[in-house]
Design a protein around this ligand. Structure first.
Ligand code: C2E
Ligand code: MG
Ligand code: MG
Ligand code: MG
Length: 288
């Protein structure tokens, strides 16, 4: 009857919860071991000039080389690392690895590193950034730190102070995934961003979807008045790339140019994209 069905449902939920709790505990333990066993690695995805498609930088994207599961994506472990207190150590590893890798790239090519909002609770964050720059010898102007707008929701005085101190080091700050959170265009005025990255959900339906075009246009327009540069994420087709260049986006990132790749593939990728970049004539043909 209904009663036993209800009970069965409860048992089912309990079992599922236990399974997910166990899964979570296993992940936590695995993450601790991963730090010790050096199982994290970075892949890099190019950021290109929207008009010339020249490579301007690379975003570092973490992966976990799990001994049994193979490469694990950040969406499967970053939020757990954030809630179990491991994101600080993982974040410091990422920042250091990325700065060391970037030293061997051509002189003006930048490296972008994602920072978790949780890392802003660490009072040593700014000092850690300074120390990594010193150790690696990377010019501060070549480092960009990407943060999402959720970082601005809590204790924004403290976050603002950290952002200003990071900028005082000469490092650039980018707002990531713009438009997905509790975005307020007023953030652009209140916080010291050098760049905003339009989330790929606004790029997906370009060039045909008039709402997406309007959003891109508004963001580019307002950013321009604040002197903030604009990158579009998730560019997969040449039609999207063309539209974004016409709308005066500064930089593009997406599978059209390259998927994220291991650091070892960067020299070859730089050569390949240089060959594929549109000539000055082709850029003129875009009407840009
Ligand atoms: P994100 O910072 O917005 O990075 C862009 C994500 O979009 C990456 O996913 C990238 O592989 C994916 N992507 C790039 N181009 C395209 C495209 O054309 N189409 C589609 N569909 N996707 C594209 P990934 O590498 O899985 O990273 C996911 C998120 O994990 C990142 O989003 C970032 O928020 C977080 N993350 C990655 N590495 C780190 C890290 O070292 N620290 C922290 N705290 N978070 C990280
Ligand atoms: Mg990012
Ligand atoms: Mg992003
Ligand atoms: Mg995004």
């Amino acid at each position: 009857g209904a009663k036993s069905n209800g009970r069965g449902t409860v048992c089912f939920y309990e079992a599922a919860m236990n399974a997910s709790l166990q899964n979570r505990r296993a992940l936590e333990m695995g993450l601790r071991q991963a730090l010790v066993r050096d199982e994290f690695l970075l892949h890099y995805q190019p950021l290109v000039d929207a008009r010339t498609h020249e490579i301007l930088g690379f975003e570092a994207l973490i992966r976990w080389a799990h001994p049994e599961r193979g490469l694990v994506a950040p969406s499967e472990f970053i939020s757990i690392a954030e809630s179990c207190g491991l994101i600080g150590e993982i974040g410091r590893w990422t920042l250091r690895r990325a700065c060391l890798d970037a030293r061997s790239w051509p002189g003006q090519v930048k490296v972008a590193v994602n920072l978790s909002p949780v890392q802003f609770k660490d009072r040593q964050l700014v000092e850690a950034v300074r120390a990594v720059l010193e150790e690696s010898g990377l010019a501060p102007e070549r480092l960009e730190l990407e943060i999402t707008e959720s970082v601005l929701l809590h204790d924004s005085e403290a976050v603002l102070s950290s952002l200003h101190r990071i900028k005082a080091l000469g490092v650039q700050i980018s707002m990531d995934d713009f438009g997905t959170g509790y975005s307020s265009l007023s953030y652009l005025r209140s916080f010291p961003f050098d760049k905003i990255k339009i989330d790929r959900s606004f790029v997906r339906d370009l060039p045909h979807d008039t709402n997406s075009v309007a959003i891109v246009r508004a963001v580019v327009g307002l950013s321009g008045t604040f002197g903030i540069s604009v990158t579009a994420e998730g560019v997969e087709t040449s039609e999207q790339a063309r539209q974004l260049a016409l709308e005066d986006c500064d930089q593009l990132q997406g599978y059209l140019f390259s998927r994220p790749i291991p650091a070892a593939g960067i020299p070859e990728l730089i050569g390949r994209l240089a060959d594929a970049a549109p000539s000055a004539g082709a850029v003129a043909d875009l009407g840009v």
